[in-house]
Design a protein around this ligand. Structure first.
Ligand SMILES: Nc1nc2c(c(=O)[nH]1)N[C@H]1C(S)=C(S)[C@@H](COP(=O)(O)OP(=O)(O)OC[C@H]3O[C@@H](n4cnc5c(N)ncnc54)[C@H](O)[C@@H]3O)O[C@H]1N2
Ligand code: MOO
Ligand SMILES: [Mg+2]
Length: 611
């Protein structure tokens, strides 16, 4: 599709006085850039003055390149809200249904959306939409109409080929009985391979922003909330410690007995039963850390605060001098001091297997913990297993090993692995077998635009719902996510680094979510890092750059790991983080040394150097 030029007009007295206050305009610009390849955007900020608004809209409508104008602000009930009044006389046709889509989406969020009077309509060849003024509302309204905009524009401009393509796709999806009717409007359709005409040459999938793709995944994948409930309700069947336990290696005695010389009756070790022998104030037991206190003692004096006075001929202690005053309860853990019978075992929800398993072990219990079942598929007729001899036209398969090792690194298991040639029948057969066997399939390759990229057609024929087929990111653009019932398919792009990045950003959070992890813990931790490299040209797509972290006087700094082409696996060597470089904009074309960016932490040992 040719790039669309958008006009974004912020209407607000206060933003006009201080443009820095304008959050909604810039948000719209970012949403537009994230959603449409190479979109051009013209912007303006005006006060709530009908004539000024109308003049600006007229100017943009008269430009042949501006296809869509979105205004934000001035749609409410306040006396100065006049954006719809300024818009209305310019419209040749009103588009009430589009207003309805916006209103319905907004009303789902807040009933106050009923107080917006925004219009939608066509003026000449330009679509004009009035959005409310708040940043949140702008994002919600844009989301509601985003997928409709290109098709609307094709219709307005009478672009027959593109209109026909969309109609064909809508019918295609509509024919699928498994697709609920509310989703049919998305008409997501796999790339039709091999048809050969120009209509077939662009991906029909909108490019979703990364965060939206992640939200989609987490709203589709079912969370195992049982784990959280089990952790919240589990109470201890035992006391820890189950007996009064010594905290030190020393001597157990009566606290009423003062310091001075005491006779050593016996030695008590960890694992012994509670000694019930009578005990006088001038007597004591030698005792080890963790051993049960004798019934008649009430304190322990550590060995460092005593002096050996006499041993027998076998070396057994007979007399010790206690150098400090014994105090009741000293160096003794009372019964249930750490955890009492009936106390909650988990003071908070923590889904780390290390934590869950260790605490369960500490109360003598094992909960059957069901981990999501995951299979890995690598596709590509060029792939050789690492143990095979090299052969003409073939390359070694790194993704199968990499994805399995990543699963293991993050505490999940790989149930099955398959390496498949680029063959639709085999791919479909394997996917349908795996549908019965596992919860997640993590597949790499075959999701882009080639006529051997069979993943999307296979999913479609197997009646999977394709939630998205492209994401606005580099690397990882053709990232695909599909589901059928509670079985989830991740189509990672075949380039090894694209598979690496998309595994971390999409597949891992989904598996953690399914395993019952809390939302904030599902994604990789995010930290701020200062860039050490200078003058990196920004890509139009937001880029996830593999970088190494140095801690310089406690501040995190990142240096980029060489050439970032998505086939070069060397860029993951020493990669501590994925640096989030924003997409190129008019204001920012390069990342510079000293710029601070967010970064996703890839590994536990993520600082490579301290300076
Ligand atoms: N016309 C277009 N072509 C491509 C686009 C596009 O938008 N338009 N996107 C490019 C991007 S971005 C990526 S990423 C790749 C993704 O391709 P696929 O997911 O279809 O993967 P393949 O075509 O099967 O393979 C791509 C590349 O990766 C190598 N590969 C695949 N699997 C493995 C593996 N297991 N181990 C090692 N290397 C593997 C494969 O040999 C190819 O070189 O598409 C671009 N094309
Ligand atoms: O986005 Mo692709 O994943 O560049 O290589
Ligand atoms: Mg391909």
């Amino acid at each position: 599709m040719n790039p669309i030029t958008f006009g974004v007009l912020t209407v607000s007295d206060s933003c006009f006085q201080d443009p820095a206050k304008d959050k909604s305009g810039p948000r719209l610009v970012a949403l537009i850039r994230d959603s449409f390849d190479n979109a051009q955007v013209v912007i303006s900020v005006l006060p709530d003055e009908r004539d000024l608004i109308q003049r600006e809209l007229r100017k943009w409508i008269d430009r042949s390149d501006v296809g869509i104008i979105i205004t934000t602000g001035g749609t409410g009930f306040a006396p100065r809200d006049v954006t719809p009044e300024a818009t209305k006389p310019l419209l040749d046709k009103e588009c009430n249904q589009l207003s309805l889509v916006i209103a319905l989406a907004s009303l789902q969020k807040t009933k106050y959306a009923a107080l917006s009077r925004g219009l939608c309509g066509i003026a000449d060849n330009t679509l004009v939409l009035n959005f409310p003024g708040s940043e949140k509302a702008v994002a919600e309204c844009f989301e509601a109409v985003r997928d409709l905009l290109p098709h609307a524009l094709h219709l307005i401009r009478d672009n027959v080929a593109l209109v026909q393509r969309t109609h064909a796709e809508v019918q295609d999806t509509a024919a699928l009985p498994s697709v609920p009717s509310v989703l049919k409007r998305d008409h997501v359709c796999p790339h039709k391979t091999g048809a050969g005409d120009d209509v077939d040459r662009n991906s029909p999938f909108p490019m979703l922003p990364v965060l939206q793709a992640l939200d989609t995944i987490l709203s589709v994948v079912q969370r195992n909330s049982k784990v959280e409930q089990q952790l919240r309700t589990l109470v201890s069947p035992v006391n820890i410690p189950p007996f009064r336990a010594s905290i030190k290696d020393g001597y157990a005695m009566k606290s009423t007995g003062f310091s001075g010389t005491k006779r050593v009756l016996d030695c008590i070790a960890a694992g012994d039963k509670v000694n019930q022998h009578p005990l006088r104030e001038d007597e004591c037991f030698k005792i080890n850390t963790g051993a049960p206190l004798p019934e008649n003692a009430d304190c322990v004096v550590q060995v460092e605060d005593t002096k050996l006075v006499k041993s027998d001929k076998y070396g057994k202690e007979v007399l010790v001098e206690v150098l400090v005053e014994p105090k009741a309860g000293q160096d003794v853990r009372s019964i249930g001091y750490d955890l009492r019978v009936g106390d909650p075992v988990f003071p908070a929800v923590d889904c780390s297997p290390v934590i869950i398993k260790s605490l369960l072990a500490s109360i003598g219990s094992q909960l059957p913990q069901r981990k999501p079942k995951v299979a890995i598929i690598s596709t590509g007729s060029e792939l050789l297993a690492p143990h095979q001899p090299s052969a003409a036209g073939k390359i070694y398969d790194s993704n199968t090993t990499m994805l399995e090792e990543l699963l293991l690194y993050f505490g999940f298991d790989c149930m099955q692995q398959h390496v498949l040639g680029d063959d639709l029948t085999t791919i479909k057969q394997t996917l349908s077998d795996l549908y019965d066997a596992v919860d997640f399939v993590i597949c790499s390759g075959g999701v882009s635009m080639g006529d051997k990229d069979y993943i999307k057609p296979a999913l479609k024929q197997l009646k999977f719902q394709l939630h998205f087929g492209r994401v606005n990111m580099k690397p990882g653009k053709p990232m695909t996510f599909a589901s059928r019932d509670q079985k989830y398919f991740f189509g990672l792009p075949g380039n090894p680094v694209s598979a690496f990045v998309t595994f971390h950003l999409f597949a891992l959070p989904a598996i953690r979510w399914a395993a019952g992890w809390e939302r904030t813990k599902c994604t990789l931790p995010i930290v701020n890092v200062t860039l050490l490299n200078d003058a990196i040209d920004l890509d139009p797509r937001p880029e996830y750059v593999r970088a190494t972290v140095t801690s310089i006087q406690g501040q995190l700094h990142a240096s980029v790991n060489g050439d970032q082409i998505s086939s070069r696996l060397q860029s993951i060597v020493g990669a501590d983080v994925l640096l989030h470089l924003p997409g190129r904009s008019d204001n920012k074309k390069q990342a510079r040394a000293g710029d601070v960016f967010s970064a996703s932490v890839l590994r536990y040992d993520f600082i490579s150097k301290y300076e």
